[in-house]
Design a protein around this ligand. Structure first.
Ligand SMILES: Nc1ncnc2c1ncn2[C@@H]1O[C@H](COP(=O)(O)OP(=O)(O)OP(=O)(O)O)[C@@H](O)[C@H]1O
Length: 231
């Protein structure tokens, strides 16, 4: 059974603490959502789990493989969607997916399947730089799921999506969860958090101030989260 353990990870930049020690566990087929206002520490935590940032303390492991001792094995299990593009603006949509697919030996059929799933088949010859914000988000999301990772990490995947694609995104996540993947993602959309999260971690100033175990009442969870935002 796949299992992700985040054990006391923190991040300090010079004198600033971006993330206080944070711990949680997630099992196969479950979703942990990170909520909280700007600067709460969500991206920092995701980047540490993704192996992009080194924590100042603590450790993360997937199936008992700790990143520090089995980096390659650990990273093989991860799909990561960053919050924006960094360098691939001059690739076409198809080139972008094929490039990332080749890094993980993804078959051509899977690349076409993902292109259809994210609704960008008709845009496959267009340059990334010419895409709208929502289309870019869909492409970044597509890249993260290409290799059907065991652990899927998504930084603000709903940013810029129109209501149709927010809905599609929720449907796709539920399917991915059914296949056993562990999902951890951040969002400012409380209803999406309540709809998809088995656990919601509400963060403020680098600390998890509340952990909500979602028990199928989407409205109640949404209201709880909105209340926390107002505090
Ligand atoms: N490279 C860095 N150097 C110094 N401080 C940083 C650095 N990166 C992030 N921070 C600080 O760490 C804190 C947490 O930032 P983070 O990006 O993790 O928040 P977030 O919850 O993802 O916010 P948002 O919702 O705005 O994306 C912020 O106060 C931010 O200014």
């Amino acid at each position: 059974m796949t299992n992700l353990i985040v054990d006391g990870v923190s991040k300090v930049y010079k004198k600033k603490t971006a993330l206080h020690p944070c711990s949680f566990e997630a099992n196969e087929g479950t979703c942990v959502v990170l909520c909280g206002g700007n600067g709460a520490g969500k991206s920092t935590l995701l980047q540490i789990i993704a192996g992009i940032l080194d924590p100042s303390s603590g450790k993360t492991s997937i199936n008992e493989q700790e990143i520090k001792y089995a980096r390659e094995k650990y990273l093989e299990e991860i799909g990561f969607m960053p919050d924006d593009f960094h360098a691939q603006e001059m690739m076409t949509v198809e080139e972008f997916l094929r490039f990332y697919g080749s890094l993980r030996k993804v078959k051509s059929e899977r690349i076409n399947e993902v292109m259809r799933l994210i609704g960008l088949e008709g845009k496959k010859g267009e340059l990334v730089k010419s895409l709208s914000k929502g289309m870019r988000q869909r492409l970044l999301f597509g890249q993260s799921i290409l290799a059907r990772p065991m652990v899927l990490l998504l930084d603000e995947p709903t940013n810029g999506l129109d209501p149709y694609w927010v809905n599609q995104f929720v449907t796709i996540l539920k399917e991915i969860k059914k296949n056993g993947t562990i999902i951890v993602f951040s969002t400012h959309m409380m209803d999406v958090a309540a709809e998809t999260g088995d656990t919601v971690l509400f963060m403020k100033q680098g600390k998890v101030i509340q952990t909500i175990q979602h028990e199928n009442n989407v409205e109640e969870t949404t209201m709880k989260l909105l209340k926390l935002h107002r505090q």
